[in-house]
Design a protein around this ligand. Sequence first.
Ligand SMILES: [Zn+2]
Length: 121
Amino acid sequence: MTEIITADYFPGQNCDCEARSSYECGCDADWTPTEVYKLREDAKQLADRLTALELHSTSELARLEKERDDALSQIVQAECRAERYCQERDEARELAQQMSESNQVLQAEVRDYRKKEKLKP
Ligand SMILES: [Zn+2]
């Protein structure tokens, strides 16, 4: 539906039968009130603006959803790093404990050896 209204339009503009209204007219001229054309144009512009707003809010929503997903993924990564860090810390503690035990065993062996060989401690 594309209706173009020119600035010099008036109802019955192209009437050839000298009618005063659409009721008298027999030549099928356009008697549509100027206001109707203007209101149709306003309605069309409002519909276009509404469509643009809907498109904007849809893309804005998509952007916000992506931002949220990125943030969630960063949280997951940080949690994963923290978990790995805790695991490495626990492994290091265990290793230190094992080395300490080995050291005690070695010191005991050294003491026994010195005793056996009658060396000064
Ligand atoms: Zn006419």
